[in-house]
Design a protein around this ligand. Structure first.
Ligand code: ATP
Length: 443
């Protein structure tokens, strides 16, 4: 299928099935802001939880924090964001299009033309800072200007000493955080891939200088593997090292985990060696000693930092694109999301064949059996069984359980497997184990 088509199909599936809607749609929508609906909110939560589980809960060397979104403006002055977190913005004098100059390919003679109308009559480029500004308190002057954070990472540097001391952490160790970040992006594109409000999952891993390159390799492998573990096809993933000129001012080296989106390979996550840049800068600016004290050698030094910085929304989009399938079944089109069971918003749908003969009550009992195990089960009795299966296929639900006449006699149910539509008869109690096993496969 042509790739533009695929994106359109994903966007329309998201709307139709309640994964993602445009924000404030009843007022005509707002540029590049999105709301996650019931299925989207569940799936996003699964992505966040799995990241947290694998990066924090199941590691003895990483702890988590949850910092405020608004921080002292001095944080952003020190980090370089006030001065440098800007994109070159230009306007076309002919068609009034506004675009990022650095994203438009130059002609052979080095000139740039408007990407909309091809005119060479462009305004001078001006630097446009991507941070959203607001005021803390009722006074609107520059002394009260604060920013919505453009990344979650800075809190890990600013809170570094508090966390390290209260937890007596020894190198190497990581501090992780998830949460919203905000960037006033000039160009918003590809649905939720680039928006102005998004969620990040970031970890700062502090190491001894000299051990940084080894840890950088470790985290590149770990993070690339992580996406594959939750179902993204390996041949659609790659690591790409940054060229010197792409590198952020603080980085010694950086590689992106990229996914083959319908428009080409693009960044899911950046994994940077940030050296001791941030801790040194904050120590100097705050006057606080942020060096690490090595009790064994009595040395004090600034650790180096490896940062895997991922985006929830981009992971979400990659997982939708990667799992989207159209198949022909008995002359009809079947749309199915072959999501990894741990990513799927609903794990199991329980469907009474008909709305009588005690089947709805029995099906509700089965649903509660799953809820008691903390598994997201969904009850659906509307429309024909075939239509209900299709609805669950589109939602990516890995298992459907049908309660029918035989269930009422012998307690067995039909389990239907999403990917190959195979159906088997099993005891309703055994269905919990089948689903649990599938969920444990990625763990
Ligand atoms: P890009 O080059 O695509 O603008 P970036 O290199 O500026 O991204 P980072 O600063 O490394 O991005 O942020 C880490 C992660 O946060 C990105 O890999 C991405 O997953 C996510 N992210 C960054 N900006 C956005 C955005 N505008 N919308 C959605 N996710 C984003």
């Amino acid at each position: 299928m042509p790739d533009d088509d695929l994106m359109q199909k994903i966007v329309s599936l998201c709307k139709r099935r309640g994964f993602v809607f445009q924000s404030s749609e009843i007022y005509g929508g707002l540029r590049s802001l999105y709301d996650y609906g019931p299925l989207g909110a569940e799936m996003k939560r699964n992505i966040r939880n799995l990241w947290w589980r694998d990066m924090v809960s199941r590691r003895s060397d990483v702890v988590g924090i949850d910092a405020s979104i608004i921080m002292s403006p001095r944080v952003w002055e020190t980090s370089g964001h006030v001065e440098k977190f800007a994109d070159p913005l230009a306007d076309c004098r002919k068609c009034q299009a506004r675009f990022r100059l650095d994203l438009v390919p130059k002609d052979g003679d080095g000139t740039v033309k408007c990407p909309e109308c091809g005119s060479g009559d462009l305004s001078e480029a001006r630097q446009f800072n991507l941070m959203f500004r607001t005021n803390l308190g009722p006074v609107e002057d520059s002394a009260h200007t604060v920013y919505l954070r453009p990344e979650t990472a800075q809190a890990m540097f600013v809170d570094y000493a508090n966390v390290q001391q209260t937890y007596r952490l020894k190198l190497p160790f990581g501090i992780a955080q998830q949460g919203r970040s905000f960037r006033n992006e000039i160009v918003v594109e590809h649905f939720i891939y680039r928006s102005c409000e998004f969620e990040q999952m970031e970890m700062e891993y502090f190491v001894r200088p000299g051990e940084d390159e080894r840890w950088h390799e470790y985290w590149k492998d770990f993070r690339l593997d992580w996406y594959g573990r939750y179902g993204i096809r390996k041949d659609n993933l790659r690591l790409r090292a940054h060229r010197q000129e792409e590198m952020a001012h603080y980085a010694k080296a950086c590689s992106d985990v990229e996914y083959r989106f319908p428009w080409g390979f693009a960044e899911l996550e950046g994994i940077a060696n940030r050296t001791d840049y941030d801790l040194k800068a904050h120590a100097e600016s705050s006057g606080r000693d942020l060096r690490y004290f090595d009790q064994e050698t009595g040395e004090r030094f600034f650790p180096y930092v490896i940062e895997p910085a991922a985006g929830v929304d981009r992971t979400f989009l990659a997982m939708l694109v990667d799992s989207y399938c159209e198949e022909e079944v008995k002359g009809e089109k079947r749309v199915v999301l072959k999501l990894h069971p741990e990513i799927a918003p609903i794990k199991v749908a329980v469907l009474p064949l008909v709305r009588k003969e005690g089947m709805p009550a029995k099906a509700e009992e089965v649903v509660k059996m799953f809820w008691a195990e903390g598994i997201n089960a969904f009850y659906d009795e509307k429309q024909s069984i075939g239509r209900r299966y299709r609805r669950q296929d589109e939602a990516g639900t890995p298992f459907c359980l049908t309660v029918d006449g035989d269930t009422m006699k012998d307690g067995t149910v039909t389990i239907r497997f999403r990917d190959d539509m195979r159906q088997e008869r099993i005891a309703s109690e055994a269905s919990v184990e089948v689903v649990k096993k599938a969920l444990a496969a990625g763990a």
